[in-house]
Design a protein around this ligand. Sequence first.
Ligand code: DHB
Length: 536
Amino acid sequence: MTHAKKSLLMLSLLGSGLFTGCNTTSLQQSSNLSSSTVSKYSLDFNPQNYSVQSVEVDGKKIAVRAYENIVYVANPVDTDYQIMNIYIPEDYFHDKSIGAYNAATAPIFFPNQVGGYMPGKPATLNGRGGMGGGMPPMSSRDNTAGQTNTQTNRSGSQTNSVATALSRGYIVASAGARGRTTQNAQGIYTGKAPAAIVDLKAAVSYLHFNDARMPGDANKIISNGTSAGGALSALLGATGDHPEYRPYLTALGAAPASNAIFAVSAYCPISNLDHADSAYEWQFKGINTYKNIKMSMLDYNVQRQTSDGTLTSDQIQYSQLLAQTFPAYLNGLKLHDTHQQLLQLDTQGEGSFKNYVKQFVINSAQKALAQGTDLSVFSWLTVKDGKVVDLDFDQYLHYLGRMKTPGAFDGRDLSTGENQLFGTEKIDKQHFTDFAQTHNNAANATQADAQIVKLMNPNPYIGLAQSNTASHWRIRHGSKDSDTSLAIPVILATLLENKGYDVDFALAWDKPHSGDYDLTELFSWMDQISQQTSKK
Ligand code: DHB
């Protein structure tokens, strides 16, 4: 909808008293729960169905209308997760502006809290909101020896991204999504791939469908997520409106509206799962010790239990086999750098692509140095006259450390979280690559449908004629993150750049696997992309 048209509509709604309706702290959903024979839940946003909440940011209290637990599809399978929380600054109901935005122009911040491809709840205003999501156990691999226990939030920041967004004039809409362990009362798995991305798309459609009924501009939806949530954020951006998702959306009774978004923020996306095993071994082959980190949740705090191990000779052999397959895949992508130099690897895994990856680490160190970080402890960096001029890649990899055993994602024994993601209604865990199926060592292992594996990978959809791919992308990955290979975010960013999208990609210096650690910079970028485009 055009801004002018939306302004008019907002004015008429204000005039009608619809946006100044009574406050209610009672349970939501009177309209959404109304049943009909066709659809169980209404897809019409009800502006009057809110509670008054507030949040404090930098000592300033912000009044907010909270629309919580909105079921965003007409025929949900799981109303614990297929729900969305929408938070709107009270000012927008009084014809006021916040910074550069007003009720017609405010962008919609769309953070998800998915972690580990587990079911994810929508973010809340003062609760777990925007802390980078819940971190579930990632692996059923047993860790027994040498355990240490640390508690961290996934976010390096104390500030909640939901509160930050509202303080800066954004509308916040956060959707829950089904995940790999979701089951119904009959024991049928209902959250296997591609359920999570279908759910987030359906929530986006709800926002487009209701664009005229609520403040905010559905043409400015900016998604955010970390890790599995980062991968889903990237998937949303890559695959907007692609017809291959349509049958799933139709089955859920998703709103008949676009599911495209304006921009993507993705922290350490665990994406491109079907090539992530070979990318991991390309990077870590030769590093035969590992620190497996098993994650679990306690009171929404992430527990990271580490256990040390050494690869068996069988695992070392499998690492080499996987690593050998990576150059052919990478070369086939025909990526190039900003000087149009082709990025390639030889059969040993050496070449321009490796130098290109290395340069991102150097750039990250350079930025940290410029900000006053003492780099002298990183003996593998060469710093001359205030410039980071080189790094020893092998030593860098030792600092980084291997976390996963080969195959890191498609486990030969079906023991990973990703094996569980690619199960079916009746089968909990499956392989999702030909390679792991061929080298399988679990009993009765089956393999996921190739089309379903494709639906979980953003890369093949970027820039297709049938995809409405997001225009703006911000991708961050920690330089001390070994949950996936650096090649994974580098390939994603470069594919996008090569196809002409606006990409801000960097490695965050010395950051482990985490997100939302640089909210000031994230929101500056969001403001810049939201305000630079011409008014529609
Ligand atoms: C996440 C981490 C992983 O190592 C992985 O394989 C999948 C997901 C996560 O933190 O969401």
